[in-house]
Design a protein around this ligand. Structure first.
Ligand SMILES: [Zn+2]
Length: 312
């Protein structure tokens, strides 16, 4: 899929085949002198999250991440709630991220907003930095204790690891793989909705990959469990980091082998086969019963590419 990496949070600038990702400068994470030199430059900046939500400035339709001078932030990120994100999109200056804490005062004109709502309006590199920061700091906050021995663990590698002073274990940020699939049959796609979603919203089926399972097996199992539909051939389309809190969405395409839908009400409220014409109406907000998935999600991305016949 040529445009796979242009997905929201993908960080690329619309160049098929990739190559323009931001430099995370991972070699500096354990290099105190190198981080210190980068932090001493006048262009060094920190991004700010508050309760995991990015702090932004500017108009609603064109927000930008707030970038502050480093101040007293430790460039090696040896404290909780900070991390080194690498170089900024210009490739010369270092960028860090910190969690300001709920209720902390913000600079005048700055505000927080939900990253899912912001992302489609941010420049691609900023969406990627915000997603990376949220995933990393969320992992830090939820993994304060060693999962091997239970002792309090300490940040290391500029926020990208935690080490246990009691047993010596190293812990790494989690990324949990999720399959999300466009199942096709006879020119229609299978959409479902989960209980609790906004009224009428339908999307692609999705589910966590289980231990010991391939991507293909997870696609077939999830679709069968949720709707009873059998899936044959499965192919990969595109991926999207989804830091709510730590998912990696693996977008796939599957061939529907059976028609009949029997939903599992525990997982899916309803599911149905939707034609191109009806999906176009849903995206236009003109279908009385179906609302399309939100802009910025990989589900909306894949469905729009399918409508445009650009999945191959
Ligand atoms: Zn331990």
């Amino acid at each position: 899929m040529d445009l796979a990496e242009t997905v929201t949070f993908g960080g690329l600038l619309g160049i098929p085949g990739g190559g323009l990702g931001r430099d995370r400068a991972a070699q500096l994470r354990g290099d105190g002198a190198g981080l210190g030199a980068l932090a001493a430059r006048a262009g060094a900046r920190r991004l700010v999250l508050q309760g995991g939500a990015p702090v932004v400035v500017g108009p609603t339709e064109a927000p930008r991440l707030l970038r502050l001078a480093l101040g007293d932030l430790d460039p090696e990120a040896r404290g909780e709630g900070t991390a080194f994100l690498g170089l900024d999109e210009g490739g010369a200056e270092g960028v860090w991220v910190e969690e300001a804490g709920e209720g902390a005062p913000l600079p005048e004109g700055a505000r927080t907003d939900d990253l899912r709502a912001l992302a489609p309006h941010l420049p691609p590199a900023e969406a990627e930095m915000a997603a990376t920061g949220r995933a990393l700091l969320g992992w830090q906050a939820g993994h304060r204790f060693c999962s091997r021995c239970g002792a309090a663990s300490l940040p290391a590698q500029a926020g990208w690891q935690r080490t246990c002073p009691a047993c010596g274990a190293h812990h790494f940020p989690r990324t949990d793989p999720v399959v999300i699939m466009l199942v096709e049959r006879g020119g229609r796609v299978l959409l479902g909705r989960s209980p609790g979603w906004p009224e009428g919203m339908h999307s692609l089926l999705a589910g966590f990959i289980e231990p010991g399972e391939t991507v293909e097996a997870a696609v077939r199992r999830e679709v069968a469990e949720e709707t009873g539909v059998r899936v044959g051939r499965v192919g990969y389309l595109a991926s999207q980091p989804w830091p709510f809190p730590a998912s990696l969405m693996l977008g796939c395409r599957g061939e529907g082998l059976s028609e009949k839908i029997e939903v599992d009400p525990q997982e899916v409220e309803s599911a149905l086969w939707v034609s191109r014409e009806r999906l176009l109406r849903a995206f236009a907000g003109e279908d009385a019963a179906i609302r399309a998935p939100r802009r910025g999600s990989i589900a909306a991305f894949i469905l729009r590419e399918w409508l445009a016949d650009r999945l191959d």
